[in-house]
Design a protein around this ligand. Sequence first.
Ligand SMILES: Nc1nc2c(c(=O)[nH]1)N[C@H]1C(S)=C(S)[C@@H](COP(=O)(O)OP(=O)(O)OC[C@H]3O[C@@H](n4cnc5c(=O)[nH]c(N)nc54)[C@H](O)[C@@H]3O)O[C@H]1N2
Ligand SMILES: Nc1nc2c(c(=O)[nH]1)N[C@H]1C(S)=C(S)[C@@H](COP(=O)(O)OP(=O)(O)OC[C@H]3O[C@@H](n4cnc5c(=O)[nH]c(N)nc54)[C@H](O)[C@@H]3O)O[C@H]1N2
Ligand code: SF4
Ligand SMILES: [Mo]
Length: 716
Amino acid sequence: MASPAAPSAASTETAGSSHCCFCSMQCGMELVPSDKTSVGLAIKPSPSFPVATGRLCQKGLNALDHVVHPERITEPRMKTGSGAELLTEAWKPAAWNEAYSSIAGRLRDIGTRHGKHAIAVYGGGSLTNEVCYLLGKFGRVALGTRYIDYNGRYCMSSAAAAGNQAFGLDRGMTMPLSDIRSARYIILAGTNIAECQPTMMPYLLDAKKNGATIVTIDPRNTMTSKVADIHVRLQPGFDSVLVNGLLNVILAERLYADDFIRERTVGFERLEEAVKPFTPDRVEEISGVLAGVVRTIARGFAKAETGIVLTARGLEQQINGVENTLNYINLSLVTGKIGRPGCGYGAVTGQANGQGGREHGQKADQLPGYRLLENAADREYVANVWGIDPAELPGKGVSAYEMLQKIDEGEIKAMIVLGSNPVVSSPNSSWIGKALQKLELLVVVDMFETETAAYAHWLLPGSSFLEGEGTLTNLEGRVFHRSQSLELPGRCKHDYRIICELADALGRGDYFQYEGIEDVFLELARATAGAKADYSGITYKRLQEENGLFWPCPSDDHPGTPLLFRDRFHHADGKARLFGITPNMPAEPVDRDFPYVLTTGRVSSHYLSGAQTRRTEGLNKKAPVPVAEIHPWLAGQIGLTVNGRIRLTSRRGSLVCDAKVTEGIHPRTVFVPFHWGGQLSINRLTNDALDPVSRMPEFKICAIRVEPEPKPAEAY
Ligand SMILES: Nc1nc2c(c(=O)[nH]1)N[C@H]1C(S)=C(S)[C@@H](COP(=O)(O)OP(=O)(O)OC[C@H]3O[C@@H](n4cnc5c(=O)[nH]c(N)nc54)[C@H](O)[C@@H]3O)O[C@H]1N2
Ligand SMILES: Nc1nc2c(c(=O)[nH]1)N[C@H]1C(S)=C(S)[C@@H](COP(=O)(O)OP(=O)(O)OC[C@H]3O[C@@H](n4cnc5c(=O)[nH]c(N)nc54)[C@H](O)[C@@H]3O)O[C@H]1N2
Ligand code: SF4
Ligand SMILES: [Mo]
């Protein structure tokens, strides 16, 4: 196979400016000529983008490597076999027109035999707003299928559902990051910012300099908890117990914001009822968190003049993820710490465009701007923008994991994956490869032959972040423009072109006529006019001139909305909803056979399924394999020897890996990062129980057995 051509800069002077492809901070970067790298370019932090001025973390600094990696796919590739044959068959290079006509022909044939809902689309949150928008439109208009969802289902879905329920609106953060500096009390729950959004740390350190108290709540001591004044080492699954304890103290000691609750919320009575039994002593009994600590945090947060609560996947990726999130939101609301400077609640978005990626119609039940497929007026509005009859729009589909289940059950026969690697990132993953072998057609659009692409009939070479222009929306809700800085290598195409050309091959090209990517954005902006995530006042020109704009931004002269909910929440009555949360057990409690808890997450040098960072030498050498964190007590229990390996076994699978013995982790909990595939994939063990509302899998809790693994003799 041809290797990618040396990159050529799209403009000549500096190679241009961009934004990192990895996390939701979306730090600005510049590509500068360099004789120190083989490609003659290097990445430097942007001196001007205001989110992380002058800063990039190690992932950002190394983000060029995967783009120019020799394993980059630079031409369409095909396989002719089916099922297990695909795993051994060699790829054949093909022409684009051959790819389009073959794929379209097979899709038409599958549609004729099984109906249009036999075809599914699986998208991602790394893609630009324009590509996410087009993918949603492609699913509904070109394919007519109800089955489209995306990897953000595994990511922000619990936070999104909770935001909608409590505030009537899902924007990860209710305030700009700059407000962190003036918060006097900051609670960070299940969020490891130092490793996952490293350039956010200066905001926390500034807050500390200004006198803020920082509390971290996590089963592990993390890089983030190092900056905390109080660290609660919480057993996974006990967030709602702890928060009920905090609320109990706030209510019992009348530390709540009376006026705010009366004027701006409903539901206080049910909250009061639910938290009554959770006295600090009871919380200590159930969770092991000392009653005194519960009182200290409750009083500190409630009495502070300003305060911010941030949560992330730690408590969201659970079957009680929505309820856990709602409870942390309760904390912000009862103390009146929302809608004014220095205050706010934030679910820290994960992926580059995890925020925009869920706003524009990739989600099973949504149309652009968060309009809903099940709302007649919303259907009519969007159908009108798209020039189709509202009756042509399909209904809502199912979540990402449930689509995979429908493949296994035989209902879905074809799938197009763009921007995700579900074989690695899905829970209880060992069956997924087998299920994908049942597909009559799997098309993967990616930069690499990923673990998922190994099951594909067609692998199409898409664009990297440096090659595609577009807009993204960062964790604050700030929409910004990213320009193209490199030419496409080989025969790669822009993702958006691939979608439009495939629509054309399917005979639906009339609905996908764009003069360029900005044209797609203008249609997106129109499709969101008047909707919750209103982008209609945003243009490329404004984004370039104003360093981004916070949505909602409903008109040309609207300044955007950095701080949400100043006067009203997004429910029809303008009020936020408080909820009474009764803590529930995880789906798989520990028992005699599986006595410990496995929790999973990230390390600083890898990103998600590792497709990009395992191909980045500077990052991969820091974490070439997964290492389990275990407590010395547990190491003693199982008789682990120095440098010994361990075997972790759940009801679904088993992983052998190295162990790092650390006092920092909760004694009965083991943490393993999930960035590897095959035999190194921890997702073969995780539980696929789903939150009943968000359909988020319980990545953060399952029951395991832990044993020492005898080293094979040849290892010495
Ligand atoms: N380096 C790096 N950065 C990333 C990513 C990456 O893969 N690598 N991915 C990006 C994406 S898409 C996302 S979604 C974010 C994720 O960002 P985070 O959610 O911050 O990352 P995680 O490591 O998944 O989980 C956070 C913490 O939750 C803790 N935790 C586990 N169970 C519980 C629990 O029951 N309660 C509480 N309170 N805490 C618990 C874990 O110990 C962990 O430290 O990061 C983004 N940034
Ligand atoms: N056990 C466990 N599992 C988890 C989690 C956890 O905490 N624990 N976290 C979950 C979370 S929060 C998330 S977000 C998911 C993510 O899971 P995935 O979506 O599987 O992760 P990625 O590695 O980002 O996959 C993106 C794929 O798209 C490709 N890609 C990237 N950018 C582009 C682009 O611009 N164009 C094209 N065409 N392709 C592109 C990459 O090469 C990669 O193959 O994993 C989830 N899985
Ligand atoms: S903090 Fe996030 S966006 Fe910034 S350089 Fe690191 S990975 Fe990229
Ligand atoms: Mo994520």
